[in-house]
Design a protein around this ligand. Structure first.
Ligand SMILES: Cc1ncc(C[n+]2csc(CCOP(=O)(O)OP(=O)(O)O)c2C)c(N)n1
Length: 559
């Protein structure tokens, strides 16, 4: 006989899962036992949201499905905000949640589950997760678990990738079924994309070739290593400029320089897995006469706001292979090298901020540019073979993207950002997962003091899990982005409820098992970053708490 928890653990093993991110709870202890016995590592966190963020970053960096495990009811509810971010980041992950006993499946409502069902931590978990995930189900029988798990993995990857939620009632996990029925077939290998007619791809390639100013705008999946390399190869061959739009500020992401200026000039735009969202004015930001082409894994996305001349529903990896084949067809005319490609490149490489502007210290703190300039210098000098950067939202994060733009353009798949969700607060858990994926890399996370605070306790997780990360906090004692908006909209003295204390996050890091540096003047930046680098290289988590002045980032406010 085998119990439900063992079935799940074995299924994960056969799916190639090596690590899950989790926070414990009564309803999932049987799974802890089974995972450990199957040799699956459990990285355990201080908040369920952090476990989801870690699985999300793991998926983005490895190309595998990330797996996280939380307890029933409040544990599941705590996970949901982070699930929304994975959803918008197109990150394939499986959220496994404990659940009240199966008798109470369906009896609980989201708001008054305990009252209605009468059992501990009962909630309608499927109803809660469904709008934030690609698929949400609850098991009612241990024998179903293998096929449910298989469906979960398949749904997380198919079409536009994203998170799925599988709730596991405590007594389903603990009930037993005969061993013979327990064959796990949770294959997670990507299924072969269906063969597709090559003609529309050839037509798209012909349109791009005939255009004077073609442009490809790619969605978040194109920033991942597997797809990115192929897309870059296509664009290098064809001289069609590629802009990967993976930031909530879209083409005004400071890492893309002045790229936004190119958009109205483009006469043919291919949206490659890029939705017609606010970042391109729902299609209206393209010139009126611009020929629109679209390739997307989801049918409903084709022509959502603006009808394309050619629209193809396709798996993006298969699609890029088709595009490459069409571009290399033996009878194809050579691709015209174009000045336009050079013009777009120049715009992308034009910094959004000139360091010739006064960035000296004032009594309000160090200019954020100066902090990040020194960080960039130290990374260049000491970075080592591989550097992985995590950018949180908020102004300090945008300043960092502006200063580190060249590196970001060069090595897109190695660096992580929140993508269209615009959520802040993920820097520490993302960095921890990055370090676990790439132990040899130097992992540097950058966040404002507000965003850092969301998962500050995860520094303890980093120290405990052996994930020495360098956390750089731009401490302006404020929720800066919002405070700048308040002042601009309502008057210079109308900053309401957006202040924070200039807290000693460096001491917090020390208290949580790491090291900390407080920097209050520009002159101290270099030695502080050098000490921090040395600490991280020696296996210690380190936080640099830089007192900065509150300056709006060069890209301006988000929408
Ligand atoms: C989850 C979430 N909560 C709130 C916001 C709104 N928001 C965006 S930026 C920001 C302030 C960020 O402040 P901080 O992290 O200190 O960075 P700063 O702008 O000061 O550099 C807030 C509250 C958000 N985007 N996401």
């Amino acid at each position: 006989m085998v119990n439900g928890a063992q079935l799940i653990a074995r299924g994960l093993v056969s799916a190639g899962v090596r690590r899950v991110f989790s926070l414990s709870g009564n309803q999932v202890l049987s799974l802890y036992e089974a995972l450990d016995r199957e040799g699956i590592a459990i990285t355990h966190t201080r908040h369920e949201g952090a476990a989801v963020h870690m699985a999300d970053a793991w998926a983005r960096l490895t190309g595998e499905v990330g797996v996280c495990l939380v307890t029933a009811g409040p544990g599941h509810a705590n996970a949901l905000g982070a699930l929304a971010m994975a959803e918008s980041g197109e990150s394939p992950l499986v959220l496994l949640s404990g659940h009240a006993p199966r008798e109470h499946v369906g009896a609980a409502t989201a708001l008054s589950g305990q009252a209605k069902a009468g059992s501990f931590q009962a909630m309608d978990q499927v109803a809660l997760a469904r709008p934030l995930s690609r698929w949400a189900e609850v098991a009612t029988d241990a024998a179903q678990l293998p096929s449910l798990l298989q469906s979960a993995f398949a749904r997380a990857r198919c079409g536009r990738a994203g998170p799925v939620s599988l709730s596991l009632p405590v007594n389903v996990l603990e009930s037993t079924v005969p061993n013979e029925g327990a064959h796990m077939a949770a294959s997670t290998g990507p299924s072969d994309p269906p063969l597709q007619d090559a003609r529309p791809f050839r037509e798209i390639v012909a349109k791009l070739r005939a255009a004077a100013r073609p442009l490809i705008l790619a969605g978040p999946s194109a920033a991942r290593s597997s797809l990115h390399a192929a897309l870059v190869a296509f664009c290098t061959h064809t001289h069609v400029p590629l802009l990967v739009v993976d930031h909530p500020r879209g083409l005004t992401d400071p890492a893309l320089g002045r790229a936004a200026q190119a958009l109205p000039w483009a006469d043919t735009v291919l949206l490659f897995g890029k939705t017609q969202d606010y970042r391109i004015g729902y299609g209206a930001a393209l010139a009126g006469g611009c020929g629109l082409l679209q390739i997307d894994p989801v049918k409903e996305e084709i022509g959502r706001y603006r009808a394309p001349e050619i629209g193809i529903v396709a798996d993006l990896k298969a699609a890029v292979a088709q595009l490459i084949e069409a571009a290399h067809a033996p009878d194809a005319a050579p691709w015209p090298g174009s000045d336009w490609a050079a013009e777009v490149r120049e715009l992308v490489e034009t910094p959004v901020f000139s360091a010739s502007v006064e960035v000296g210290d004032t009594s309000d703190g160090i200019h954020p540019w100066r902090v990040l300039d020194m960080l960039a210098q130290v990374i260049d000098e000491r970075g080592g073979r591989e550097v992985c950067l995590v950018f949180d939202g908020g102004e300090f994060g945008q300043w960092a993207r502006a200063r580190l733009a060249a590196r970001l353009q060069r090595e897109a798949p190695r660096h992580l950002v929140n993508e269209p969700s615009g959520a802040i607060g993920y820097a520490v858990p993302f960095a921890i997962a990055a370090k676990l994926v790439r132990p040899a890399a130097t992992v540097v996370a950058v966040a404002g003091d507000g965003a850092f605070g969301f998962y500050a306790m995860e520094l303890e997780t980093a120290a405990r899990a052996g994930a020495p990360i360098l956390m750089v906090v731009g401490n302006d004692g404020a929720w800066g982005t919002e405070r700048h908006l308040q002042r601009a909209r309502y008057g210079p003295d109308r900053a309401v409820a957006t202040d924070l204390l200039p807290a000693r996050y460096d001491l917090l890091a020390q208290a949580l098992g790491g090291e900390g540096e407080l920097v209050t003047e520009g002159e101290s930046l270099r030695p502080a970053f050098e000490r921090a680098y040395a600490a991280v290289a020696a296996g210690r988590v380190c936080l640099v708490n830089a007192r900065i002045r509150s300056v709006a980032s060069p890209a301006g406010a988000p929408p």
